[in-house]
Each structure stands twice: as C-alpha cells, then as structure tokens.
Write a protein that binds this ligand. Structure first.
Ligand SMILES: Cc1cc2nc3c(=O)[nH]c(=O)nc-3n(C[C@H](O)[C@H](O)[C@H](O)COP(=O)(O)OP(=O)(O)OC[C@H]3O[C@@H](n4cnc5c(N)ncnc54)[C@H](O)[C@@H]3O)c2cc1C
Length: 307
C-alpha cells in the first residue's frame, strides 16, 4: 500500500515534468507507450479506429498535448483538431473527439480558448460529432466548467468530465443540471491535495457511484469512465433497478486497458467507447497511466529494454 502510494506520487510528479517531456519528445523512445497510444499522427490511428469499430466498439480520439505556451501553438492545435474531425467524417469512422483546454490556450487567454473551441465545435457540428472537454487538474476545474457552460448554450455537441475525487464535484453536478450535460464521470487522474480531494480510495469510489446515480436519475447522458469492476457492476445494477434505457449511458475505457472487458460489455449489449489518444505529446498521458496502475510499469520496462 505504502509502495503503491510512493510510486503513484512519483509518476504523477514525472507526468508534470516539462524537461522530461521535452527529452521524451526529442529521443522519441516510446517506452511501451504504443500499447496505450494510437501513434504520433492521426493517420496512424485510423486503422486502429477501423479495427475497434469493426469489433463493435465506439471511439473517442484525443490529440495529446498539454504544455502549450504560445498563441501560435494553440492555433496549430485547433487546426489539427479540425483536420482530425474532417478525417473522421471523410473516413466514416465511428468516433467522437476529446480534448484538453490547455492544449488550446487556456493558460494564455480565455478569449483564445473560446475562439479555438468555437472553430472546432462548428466543424464537428457539421458532421454530428460530439466533442468532450477532458478535465485537467483542480486549479483549472472551475474555468473549464465555465467554458463548458458558455459553449453549451450555443453548441449541443459538447460534453465534459467530472472527477469524483474532488470535494466540489457534487455541487458542480447540481450546477450543470440546467445545461442537460453530456458527462463523462471518472475518479480523477491528477495529483491533488487533501484540501481539495478525497485521498481514500473508498471515498472516491463512493462519490463516483453517487455522481453516476444522480446524473442518470436526472435524465442526463452519462459516460462511465472506469475500468473498475465494482463501478461497472454498480452501474449495471442501477440502470436495471431504475429501468434506465441503454441509450442514456455508455461505458468508456482507455485504449489498451481491459480489452476483454470492453468486448464482454459490448456483447452484453452495452455501448462501449474506447478513448484512443494519439500525438507526439504522449509523455504526460503515459506517466499518469503508470501512476494509476503499477502493472502498467511492466510493459514500460519491457519497452525500454526492447529498444
Ligand atoms: C475513458 C476515460 C477517460 C478519462 N478521462 C479523464 C479526464 O478527463 N480527467 C481525469 O482526471 N481522468 C480521466 N480518466 C482517468 C480516471 O480519472 C482514472 O484515473 C482512471 O480511469 C483509473 O480509475 P479506474 O476507475 O479506471 O480504476 P482504478 O481505481 O484505477 O482501479 C480500480 C480497480 O479496477 C481494476 N482495474 C483498473 N485498471 C485496470 C486494468 N488496466 N486492467 C485490469 N484491471 C484494472 C483493478 O481491479 C483495480 O483495483 C479517464 C478514464 C477513462 C477510462
């Protein structure tokens, strides 16, 4: 337990290290990242999406990239997102899009991120593609939700994420109710202090169950983003008990995680969406996955030694 906590903190610390991020990019060594990342370019992800679609799984693609420092870079990211959307439509892929507001200039200016998001959402709307704003660390949570509310008034093809480890999330869920939100509910992946977040797994899990229940009973579309059997079983029982239709919710899992479970759920008739990240900035994402699950470290080590 203690070792697990140390390794979690260690990898979360590494995930935020900009020097290592640059080194990882420069030397391009993937350290086994290709098991959970769909390539550095969207064109490499296309055959993977086609394969997943053929297996009856839906997809959301995420163009990785968190450390954006200039307006020009943020605009480049917007353009890449737009091209990804066009490519999804052109190749008739069954895929949505996920993105992070920091990659579109959130740390530079609110106006910039709003303009970039509007460009992306207008393009996605043409093709009926939903865009989900991932949730980043707690310091950006309220700004992200404010942006979600502003944009949701104009674009219906927009979702976002709430994290059950934050104390504030229950209130945030209530606050979003009038917006008929499309929400992905997750436990949360960033390093947060006990001042803002539950530190005990049990409380995080219980809060996630409460959020799933509230959002579903409020009649809103709910994506349960978890690999945890207990959460998945809870959701199945809940929807059964309350007669909630299968088109009001879905399960989402990360690419490369619990592949058999993804297929089993699909075979049971549930909608399953695979979150497939791609892009050169795989480093922070990869480190957060190592932090979550020590077993993931095994394939990273294998990757290092097989280079
Ligand atoms: C689709 C998706 C999108 C996400 N988006 C965000 C986001 O926007 N912001 C954010 O902060 N976080 C996001 N996350 C990450 C999320 O917050 C959690 O950090 C992550 O999902 C780990 O929590 P868990 O519920 O999957 O299970 P955990 O609490 O990590 O694990 C619970 C149990 O589940 C089982 N388990 C978990 N993983 C595996 C595995 N790979 N193989 C076998 N068994 C396993 C094990 O029994 C484990 O003990 C996302 C997660 C998913 C799935």
């Amino acid at each position: 337990m203690v070792l697990e906590a140390i390794s979690k903190n260690f990898f979360l610390y590494l995930s935020n290290n900009k020097v290592l991020d640059r080194l990882a990019k420069r030397y391009g060594s993937r350290f086994g990242a290709d098991k959970i990342v769909g390539g550095e370019k969207f064109s490499q992800a296309i055959p993977l999406i086609e394969q997943l679609n053929e297996e009856g799984l839906e997809v959301t693609v995420d163009h990785l990239g968190e450390f954006v420092n200039s307006e020009a870079e943020a605009k480049e990211r917007k353009q890449e997102c737009i091209e990804t959307i066009q490519s999804i439509a052109h190749n008739q892929l069954n895929s949505e899009v996920s993105l992070k507001l920091t990659s579109l200039g959130m740390d530079i200016s609110e106006q910039l991120v709003k303009e970039n998001m509007e460009g992306i959402l207008a393009e996605a709307q043409k093709y009926g593609i939903t865009v989900t704003i991932d949730m980043e660390d707690s310091s950006r949570c309220q700004a992200t939700l404010n942006m979600y509310k502003t944009l949701k008034a104009k674009y219906d093809n927009l979702g976002t994420v709430l994290q059950s480890y934050l104390y504030s999330t229950e209130e945030d869920l209530k606050d979003l109710h009038p917006y008929d939100p499309y929400l992905r509910l997750v436990k949360g992946a960033y390093k947060e202090s006990g001042k803002v977040a539950f530190t005990e797994k049990e409380s995080v899990d219980e809060n996630l169950k409460r959020l799933i229940k509230t959002n579903l009973l409020n009649g809103h579309y709910t994506a349960v983003g978890s690999h945890d059997d207990a959460i998945i079983d809870y959701t199945k029982k809940l929807v059964e008990e309350h007669g909630i239709s299968r088109d009001q919710f879905e399960f989402q899992m990360l690419y490369g995680m619990r592949n058999q479970m993804q297929k089993d759920l699909k075979d049971e008739g549930y909608t399953v969406r695979v979150y497939l990240p791609y892009g050169e900035d795989w480093y922070g994402y990869f480190m957060r996955r190592l932090a979550e699950r020590p077993a993931n470290i095994a394939f990273a080590i294998k990757g290092i030694f097989s280079k």
